[in-house]
Design a protein around this ligand. Structure first.
Ligand code: NAD
Length: 349
């Protein structure tokens, strides 16, 4: 029997990617929708065969505790609303799959972990990259030293972030600008590839003067991460230039590999370069194009049926918030910021 999911927030990601992705899932199905717009909810429910009793709004959401067809609540709302709906879901006896970034700061992320722990419910953060086969292959190559030791990771995630007025450009709703929204992919993927936690960050931040989009949140961040093994990551994120979403892992024995695109929704491709018979040749070790949203959702469903901790639990989202706060501090003070040494977190077991 498939695990039932309630989707909270019927915005671009839900309508464009998540609802269609359930069609590719093996272990999950949508059984409820939560929306502030009743007409939209009705229409989408009809389209996906969700019964009327599975439609909720933000006010009556807590009644979901009486719906046995819902086991997981998938939160796809503006970042500042993640904590409220995680706490309400856990209190309603439901497991939580929450979109990235986990919240708007580390204190809030910690409260989300506490609420789910107290209620005895699972909490997973939707880091889809970690469930995607090309990224998984790059992780294996990094960990198995396929081309030697990866010493430098170079990652970039940029896009031109549309019109002023949208929630992503409001600090109270988004928590920050390009860094928590898309720079997060560079940060989280570097940690994922290496299986290590950074011990020091160094960052600078830039806003184009008089661009009305960047009154409250940052446009561009350059940040560097130093890992205990000596590996370094050099990361770029921006809301002010055309889309570029890729990374390369530079190893010490005759090659590099990475993904281009690495962080897009579809069409991810692994590529690289390797010395063969004294010649530098391009390689395309692609792992195929699978629906990463479906893989991520199915992972959560299996964690519920098999009673396992998700591969990307709340602690993973909290750690990214802690590091992003250090990145902002470094940019503000103009100095490197040291991070507390922590044991490898569960995600890297
Ligand atoms: P969106 O603006 O398209 O949708 C947000 C939804 O929240 C809308 O249905 C809107 O009506 C609702 N909402 C409720 N209260 C709101 C308020 N006060 N202001 C604005 N909207 C409000 O956003 P989205 O792109 O779907 O992003 C939603 C979440 O998903 C965010 O946390 C985002 O970071 C995350 N996301 C993740 C990915 C990914 O690849 N994993 C991609 C896009 C978005």
């Amino acid at each position: 029997k498939r695990v039932g999911f309630a989707l909270v927030g019927l915005g671009n990601l839900t309508l464009g990617e998540l609802l269609p992705a359930f069609g590719n899932c093996k272990y999950a199905k949508v059984t409820a929708l939560v929306s502030g717009n009743p007409e939209k909810a009705q229409k989408v429910a009809k389209q996906y065969g969700i019964p009327d009793k599975g439609i909720y709004n933000y006010q009556n959401f807590d009644n979901i505790k009486n719906n046995p067809d819902v086991q997981v609540v998938y939160i796809v709302l503006p970042n500042s609303m993640h904590e409220e709906f995680t706490v309400r879901s856990a209190n309603a006896g439901k497991h939580v799959l929450c979109e990235k970034p986990m919240s708007v700061n580390s204190e809030s992320a910690q409260r989300m972990i506490n609420a789910c722990e107290k209620a005895g419910k699972k909490l997973m953060i939707a880091y889809r990259i970690q469930y995607e086969p090309n990224n998984q292959k790059a992780k294996e190559w990094t960990r198995n030293k396929k081309m030697g030791t990866v010493k430098i990771i170079d990652a970039i995630n940029t896009q031109n972030q549309g019109e002023p007025g949208q929630w992503r450009l409001k600090k109270a709703l988004a928590g920050g600008g390009s860094l928590p929204d898309i720079g997060l992919y560079c940060l989280n993927t570097a940690r994922y590839l290496l299986g290590e936690e950074p011990v020091q960050v160094n960052a600078t931040l830039f806003n184009t003067p008089n661009d009305p989009r960047f009154k409250e949140v940052e446009e561009t961040v350059f940040f560097q991460l130093q890992f205990p093994s000596g590996a370094l990551a050099n990361c770029t994120t921006s809301y002010g230039v055309h889309e570029s979403k890729r990374y390369r892992c530079h190893a010490d024995k005759g090659g590099y590999f990475g993904l281009d695109p690495a962080f897009s929704y579809h069409g991810l491709r692994m590529e690289g370069s390797q010395v063969q018979d004294g010649m530098e040749v391009k390689i395309n070790p692609s792992a195929g194009d699978k629906n990463q949203f479906a893989l991520e959702i199915d992972h959560m469903a299996r964690c519920v049926t098999e009673n396992k901790k998700p591969y990307t639990p709340g602690e993973e989202g909290l750690q990214d918030h802690v590091i992003m706060e250090a990145i902002y501090e470094s940019a503000k003070t103009g100095k490197p910021v040291k991070l507390k040494k922590i044991d490898k977190i569960d995600a890297f077991r």
